[in-house]
Design a protein around this ligand. Structure first.
Ligand code: LLP
Length: 431
């Protein structure tokens, strides 16, 4: 819902985007907080309507910050963290630790200690090394912990191959065919320090169809059935992961959150009935679909290069350091001229970043009205895996992040400075 105010400017959460650019500078990452709340509600509502025991767990790798954890907490959401850094951010945000799930294929001892010290609500065990490491730490700390086992479902969602994680040849989770998952279950059940809660799988990201989710639902029920008949273990929770696609450009036709969740709920209920197992609770882990559409990257136009026979390069003050997705995945976005998004387009340009690399092109083909240096461009739907994957390449400071809601704005991550670029450097003194 991109809005235009009475002056004809792009408005975000009731605030003029040009005011934001002026007040906080560019490049700037802006989140429309109402959109984030709305997405969380939409996912939650379908489960509630179906009376399913559920958790909508925000996959915070899409964008982690104290402020977003506060918002998710206000909406009674659950979060996934995948590192000590994300966990520490959630701790600092005062996020209730019993609503935190800890993921990862190589969690370190220090990370697991941090998680256990703060009694996170769920640890998703990924591999045998982790079972051993966790057992040792639980003994040492004299603790118990709720866990799920992540399995590799052998389902590859129809999506960009760079971001598939569910095929058999994956670094994540226990393999089913070779009996590894069964061995993992036995190891976990034999140690009373593990409270075995459920089964997790994640099939990929930016998925547009329900088929993959129905597939994973069936697969998880099949595993639950097998574990019940074989090991007399009754699964409480099936976690089908995230991956719900969003619209970046016109050609993207994602389903609504309601359609995804509805299909998952139906598939689990049906499969559980056929398998004659008690209906498990269902957890999902949306990341992109919660924060992606709510995010905007504002840039200021600088230099321009016209080459006869080619689309011009229009350079902006950010680039691959604040959004690596176009360079890394050939991801596409739509961009508008903030001062007049409705103006007639007069040319197709390539929006280039400022980084010293030919591949630093934010958009390979964007129709735009006439622009001049100083104009602000707003790249849309940048809220997931944009700032989260930001780097200091070329020692460029990372942008500021601003939250906007009900016509007000607030800085939630400060802009880095050139001084910050050398903050951790130490002079070499051995010679
Ligand atoms: N759960 C697990 C276990 C995951 O690995 C992921 C994403 C999610 C949930 C959330 O998926 P989402 O709903 O956001 O699609 N950097 C890539 C995306 C990597 C996704 C990794 N895992 C990108 O920019 O497209």
């Amino acid at each position: 819902p991109d809005q235009i105010n009475s002056q004809g400017h792009l408005q975000i959460g009731g605030v003029d985007s040009l005011t934001l650019a002026e007040q906080y500078g560019t490049p700037l990452v802006v989140y429309d907080v109402a959109q984030i709340r709305e997405q969380i509600h939409r996912f939650q509502a379908v489960f509630e309507a179906n009376h399913v025991q559920s958790e909508v767990s925000y996959a915070s790798k899409a964008f982690a910050a104290i402020a977003i954890y506060q918002v998710v907490n206000q909406e009674h959401g659950h979060i996934d963290v995948v590192s000590g850094g994300e966990l520490m951010t959630a701790i600092k945000a005062g996020f209730p630790m019993d609503r935190v799930t800890f993921h990862g294929n190589n969690k370190s001892e220090a990370e697991l200690r941090l998680a256990l010290d703060h009694q996170v609500g769920m640890i998703v065990i990924d591999n045998f090394y982790e079972i051993e490491l966790l057992s040792r730490l639980l003994d040492e700390l004299d603790l118990q912990t709720p866990v799920m086992l992540r399995i590799t479902p052998g389902i590859s969602a129809h999506t960009n191959e760079y971001i598939q994680t569910g095929q058999v040849d994956s670094k994540f989770g226990f393999d089913l065919g070779s009996g590894q998952a069964d061995q993992a279950l036995q190891a976990v059940l034999s140690n009373p320090r593990f409270q075995m809660k459920g089964i997790h799988a994640h099939i990929g990201s930016q998925i547009f169809e329900v088929a993959g989710f129905e597939g994973v639902a069936n697969k998880l029920v099949e595993v639950a059935k097998h574990w019940q008949s074989e090991f007399n273990y009754q699964t409480e929770i099936l976690n089908v992961g995230g991956g719900f696609g969003i619209r970046y450009v016109e050609n993207d036709h994602p389903l609504a959150p309601e359609e995804f969740v509805d299909a998952i709920v139906k598939a689990v209920k049906k499969a559980a009935k056929v398998a004659k197992i008690p209906e498990p609770g269902i957890w999902i882990e949306p990341g992109r679909s919660i924060v992606g559409p709510a995010g905007y990257n504002l840039y200021t136009v600088g230099s321009r290069k016209d080459i006869p026979g080619y689309n011009p390069f229009l350079s902006v003050d950010g680039g691959m350091g604040d959004n690596i997705r176009p360079a890394l995945y050939e991801a596409e976005y739509e961009t508008v001229l903030a001062k007049d998004p409705a103006a007639e387009n007069v040319e197709t340009v390539r929006i280039a970043g400022k980084y010293c690399e030919s591949g630093d092109i934010l958009s390979r083909s964007q129709a735009l009205p006439k622009t001049e240096p100083g104009d602000v461009l707003a790249m849309l739907d940048t809220g997931a895996y944009g700032f989260a994957m930001a780097s200091n390449y070329n020692r460029n400071p990372r942008p500021a992040v601003v939250f906007v809601e009900n016509g007000q704005s607030q800085l939630v991550i400060q802009r880095e400075t050139w001084e910050d670029m050398v903050r951790l450097d130490l002079p070499y003194e051995l010679n």
